[in-house]
Design a protein around this ligand. Structure first.
Ligand code: AQP
Length: 332
């Protein structure tokens, strides 16, 4: 608890242009917590370098991700918004927790298996220990709740196991965090391969809708989205493409699947895809406008980063000192 409020933590990697998966599965839900919880939202640049990045792009995307947080409704006065590498306690606790995480546990992580297959020429130790750093991110703030998409559920389970293990050895040190998954949108799939998640690092840019795509691009991408040989807009087993489009449409319009099925009863996929594209483009338009305004004011973004890092460091250091004492480090 901080100031009698429960704590929320989450992060997004500045590893590419953010997608509607990142938006619907995570960022859009962050602002729900601003009033009742103490919220820390981090741009996790240390995680991003587990995959090779172009330095200038990483720098630009770090600003962009912060601007997107604000454009998606996160008020920096109500939420602590900061960049992970600006708070060295993340790296320090990450190292300590590496010594309380088992090789076998990390080997079972599906994201490690997926990413090491995708980047076979760069299966680095950071990629392997990514979930331990993520545990450190969360545990540093004594986090109660972590809003994430379904793909991060396994990492969160591991963070809980690490916290429980550490508490078992040294007595109560960390709050054991709970995941928070949105009722809808927690898993948005690729438009080209609807059994796969939509990912910002997908090389097929037509499979991915980016938050900052123009309306024309959004309409074009939905028009080309893979569906099936049936013609009915119904949510059903085996209709992954349509199920995904219905989920996206539902997220942007607030309509239930029943309402969507009735709305498109007797209409073809063409009409439906156009409606999904329109709803998505219209829903994202205010975010795009606010983003452009914020990116033109770098000084403001830097002030947000600075204030956020100072505040996050204050709370992070408290936990870190406690951990160091417990494990037997000396202090000067
Ligand atoms: N397709 C998705 N559907 C729902 N939620 C998603 N998230 C990501 N993709 C989807 C959620 O977005 C948050 C931030 O993700 P991240 O940047 O930390 O990394 P990620 O999960 O690895 O996302 P990407 O887009 O697939 O990035 P790359 O391609 O760089 O690996 C998380 O809460 C995630 O669950």
């Amino acid at each position: 608890m901080i100031d009698d409020k429960k704590v929320v933590f989450s992060g997004v990697q500045p590893s590419g242009n953010l997608t509607i998966g990142n938006y619907l599965g995570a960022i859009r839900n962050f602002s729900e917590f601003s009033d009742l919880y103490k919220c820390f939202y981090c741009v996790v640049d240390m995680h991003a370098i587990t995959v090779r990045q172009v330095p200038a792009e990483l720098r630009r995307r770090t600003y962009e991700t912060l601007a997107l947080y604000i454009a998606c409704g996160l008020d920096p006065k109500k939420n602590t918004l900061y960049v992970q590498s600006h708070v060295p306690a993340h790296a320090e606790l990450g190292w300590i927790l590496n010594c309380y995480t088992m090789f076998g546990e990390l080997s079972r992580m599906t994201q490690f298996k997926d990413k090491s297959a995708k980047h076979a020429d760069n299966v680095n130790a950071g990629l392997f220990t990514y979930p331990t750093l993520m545990a450190a991110d969360i545990l540093l703030y004594q986090t109660d709740l972590v809003p994430v998409g379904v793909d991060q559920k396994q990492h969160l389970e591991l963070a809980r196991d690490i916290a429980t293990r550490f508490n078992g050895v040294y007595g109560d040190t960390f709050v054991v965090p709970e995941p928070y998954m949105a009722k809808s949108g927690a898993k948005i799939a690729s438009l080209a391969e609807p059994t796969k998640k939509m990912s910002k690092s997908d090389e097929n840019t037509n499979a991915v809708v980016y938050i900052l795509d123009s309306k024309d691009d959004i309409l074009r991408k939905f028009k080309r989205a893979v569906t099936d040989s049936d013609t009915r807009v119904v949510f059903a087993e085996g209709k992954d493409g349509i199920n995904n489009l219905m989920t996206i449409y539902s997220c942007f319009t607030g309509k239930t699947f029943d309402e969507i099925e009735r709305e498109f009863d007797g209409k073809g996929y063409g009409d439906f895809k156009l409606a999904v594209g329109e709803a998505c483009a219209d829903g994202l338009a205010p975010v795009r406008e606010e983003f452009a305004r914020l990116m033109a004011d770098k000084a403001y973004l830097e002030e947000v980063m600075k204030n956020g890092a100072a505040e996050a460091s204050y709370y992070a250091r408290k936990t870190l000192s406690k951990v160091k004492r417990k494990i037997g480090y000396t202090s000067l």
